[in-house]
Design a protein around this ligand. Structure first.
Ligand code: FES
Length: 177
């Protein structure tokens, strides 16, 4: 087993920040054109001691591979305490750095995490109006795979029925499992 595989398996054995966040300030969803997987990230902000608006915490759920789960796990830890601008400067490579370099065929897995994070953060950065979407996906982790969100893929398809692959969502109410 390679060192990378060991680090990935270590991360997914006890993924950090897995699950929906009922009191999130923003939600971002990204689908990968490369593999069809998707990842949703919730972000909560706070004011730090200097009065800066920073990420308090971030959580995720995904229809993704082990690498996506591992990257999301380490990425949600890395972005805590960062401003929106600082987090947006982080590439997929930055967000997956604790796992070590990813092989070319797995780089899109980290980009999926980067995309979901950007989707969640951009409304905060741009101050733009974001369409609110009622979320009704069933979110309990079942099926034997951590991070899997039954119903999320259907929600995503509905979201992207307009032909757009990337969607932005603002949590209207806590999701009940
Ligand atoms: Fe799809 Fe990794 S293969 S996210």
């Amino acid at each position: 087993m390679s060192d990378l595989q060991k680090r990935i398996e270590g991360a997914i054995a006890s993924p950090k920040n897995l699950g929906e966040m009922a009191d999130a300030d923003s939600v971002g969803t990204m689908g990968s054109a490369d593999c069809g997987d998707m990842l949703r990230m919730w972000v909560k902000f706070k004011e730090d001691a200097s009065g800066r608006k920073v990420i308090d915490r971030a959580t995720f759920q995904t229809f993704g591979c082990q690498t996506a789960i591992a990257v999301a796990s380490v990425a949600t830890e890395l972005v805590a305490g960062k401003t929106v601008e600082e987090a947006l400067e982080m590439s997929g490579e930055d967000l997956s750095a604790p796992l070590g370099p990813l092989p070319p065929m797995k780089i899109h897995c980290a980009q999926l995490v980067e995309g979901a994070l950007r989707s969640a953060l951009m409304p905060q950065k741009d101050g733009e109006e974001t369409a609110s979407v009622e979320l009704n996906a069933t979110t309990s982790a079942v099926g034997g795979q951590a991070g899997v969100v039954p119903g999320l893929i259907d929600q995503f398809r509905a979201d992207s029925s307009g032909g757009e692959k990337k969607v932005r969502l603002i949590l209207k109410k806590p999701i009940q499992g």
